[in-house]
Design a protein around this ligand. Sequence first.
Ligand code: NAP
Length: 330
Amino acid sequence: MKKIGIIGATGVVGQEMINCLYDRNFPMSELRLFASARSAGKKVSTPKGELTIEEFSVEEAKKSDIVLMAVSGSFAKEYAPQITEGDAIVIDNSSAFRMDNDKPLVVPEVNAKDLKNAKIIANPNCTTAILAVALYPIYKEFGLKKTIVSTYQATSGAGYEAMMELENETRNYLEGKEVSCDKFPSPIPFNLIPRIDIMTDNNYSKEEMKVVNETRKIFHNSELQISCTAVRIPTFRAHAESVTIETERPINPEKVRDILKNAKGVEVIDDPKNWQFPMPLTASKKYNVEIGRIRQNIIFNEYGLDFFVCGDQLLKGAALNAVQIAENIV
Ligand SMILES: NC(=O)c1ccc[n+]([C@@H]2O[C@H](COP(=O)([O-])OP(=O)(O)OC[C@H]3O[C@@H](n4cnc5c(N)ncnc54)[C@H](OP(=O)(O)O)[C@@H]3O)[C@@H](O)[C@H]2O)c1
């Protein structure tokens, strides 16, 4: 039994961490919830009774065996090394450590073996984790020459306040009031924004380059040819991704469906004639990543495939993946 701490417990990821730990019967003797001074004293109900949010301090967080961190990159950079000076292990959801050579970046269905005895473990970017769990079984069987991804990302990917901006500004729009924006650079209701995070020198956004670099690290293939266009859309929850691949070996949809039926963490929903395919509404609050619209690509023919994935980015893209990592180290 482990003593668990969650830092950022009032955020959208932190709240899902609490749910996942109880729902999966994680073997814990204690759960402590930390956030900023703003939230200290707030009550959170859990299946095992009410817990009180504590103001974060290194001294208190250090007393946990495993600390799940869901704050910001700068916060993680400052505090994760201090918390792990003792026996505690930190599993961090920010981008702070993902590309550090000495820190594992883990999607348990793909590379749990990278965990070894690390003290700080990085959870991947949400879009990357959802893609990796669906793409890896295909990569292993058929090899990948090229992978081209376009994303449709929910507002909760930018945090609780961003999700509320969608709700509040949609109401303003429908009531004929002025629509403004704060968490997003443009109004999000009835719009989409083809840029997530800052731009980088090669004219891809940082979010897009996270998908490229993190997938390479998780797959242990620094040469993987992959590109991404990341787009924010006005949904609350679950990211969708359209994926086109060119493979090294011949591929066809039937074989892929068969392989994915036995793969962990994915669920094939692929009956488009009957309107059955992955969607944010069906993928929300679900642990498995949905995959469908699996079809032979008409450019690469027997060496190519198109498919569509949709996964709950608060779960597989964040909280669930972090709890699965914790399950692997107990
Ligand atoms: N949202 C997603 O889909 C997603 C997916 C993967 C990874 N992530 C990453 O996960 C992290 C959390 O994201 P989120 O979406 O959950 O954000 P969020 O909803 O904005 O929550 C942020 C959390 O951080 C806490 N916090 C802020 N400053 C703090 C401080 N000085 N000390 C202690 N706690 C502090 C907040 O506490 P208060 O309530 O007290 O302010 C809140 O609990 C980020 O690094 C994000 O990039 C998010």
